[in-house]
Design a protein around this ligand. Structure first.
Ligand code: CA
Ligand code: CA
Ligand code: CA
Length: 287
């Protein structure tokens, strides 16, 4: 199955953005009961202290007493440590995911520290829609000094800088970070560092895809996808959109298109980006 990335540019003014949490975990007193469960480790090279190492059990960040907001932005470093096997079905798939409250998944992807063709990863796409080379999208590779794993034909660690803005209101935010399919923390583990959470109240509201993945059927040649507006929608907002080649190639798999989607003041709910010509059946994954 082919997969295509479609990029959405948001023309929103993120005024009043307010940092409500940040942690680099460098001092033992930096993290309290907001992380459950919590354990901490230090990278062999560079002595970076981070929260981890975790295997399949994961951890949850709970923040309370948040100021009024309609959008949350979360950024952090994901440390992918040792012999991750990506989407390989014999040694994996080695999945990592994070979600709001365990319900709304922000990313579910496989990772690999190997350039072996049999150990490809889905990231930066969602699992199982793509097979990318191990380490694709990483900001750092083999910089943390973890030991090699015997018989693993790959590197030792990668660092990914993650960021996501999503619609959220209410005083309590629960973020769940987890993994699945890992053998054990002895040879496949992960951690988080440099976590920053900001909240904002964009006057145009928040515009997002109505679903993380749209499956364009075998017989369809025209793709219709939807975006959703929520939050403070007192002002009109326009959202520019454009297709961009990911694993699906413009011209071969789809006809390049772009445009602007308008929401009137006070109008919320869904809008439709429609009628771009799709040349083969595929799945659209949104970034
Ligand atoms: Ca740190
Ligand atoms: Ca492994
Ligand atoms: Ca594995």
């Amino acid at each position: 199955m082919l997969a295509g990335l479609l990029w959405l540019t948001l023309h929103l003014t993120y005024t009043q953005a307010q940092t409500v949490y940040q942690n680099n975990f460098e001092a033992a007193g930096n993290a309290g009961s907001e992380w459950q469960p919590a354990s901490f480790a230090t990278t062999p090279k560079g002595a970076r202290r981070f929260i981890g190492r975790f295997a399949n059990e994961g951890t949850t960040l709970t923040l309370g007493n948040l100021p009024a907001h309609s959008a949350v932005t979360v950024s952090f470093d994901l440390l992918v440590i040792q012999s991750w096997d990506g989407s390989n079905t014999g040694f994996g798939p080695d999945l990592w995911e994070w979600s709001v409250g365990g319900e709304r998944t922000l990313l579910r992807a496989t990772f690999s520290n190997s350039s072996d063709a049999g150990l490809r990863q889905s990231y930066p796409d969602s699992y199982p829609y793509s097979l990318n080379a191990g380490g694709t999208g990483a900001a750092e590779r083999n910089t943390l000094g973890f030991p090699t794993v015997p018989s693993y034909s790959g590197g030792t660690d990668s660092v990914y800088r993650m960021t996501n803005t999503f619609a959220h209101s209410g005083g309590r935010l629960v973020l769940r970070f987890g993994a699945g399919g890992l053998e054990s923390a002895v040879n496949e583990s992960w951690g988080l560092d440099n976590v920053v959470v900001t909240v904002s109240q964009p006057p145009g509201g928040v515009v997002e895809w109505s679903a993380p993945v749209f499956d364009i059927g075998e017989t369809n040649t025209v793709a219709t996808v939807q975006v959703r507006r929520s939050g403070a929608t007192n002002l009109p907002v326009s959202v520019a959109f454009a297709t961009a080649s990911g694993t699906a190639i413009a011209g071969a798999d789809f006809v390049t298109t772009s445009g602007v989607l308008e929401f009137a003041a006070g109008k919320r709910g869904q809008g439709t980006i429609s009628d771009f010509e799709w040349l083969q059946s595929a799945t659209f994954i949104f970034a």
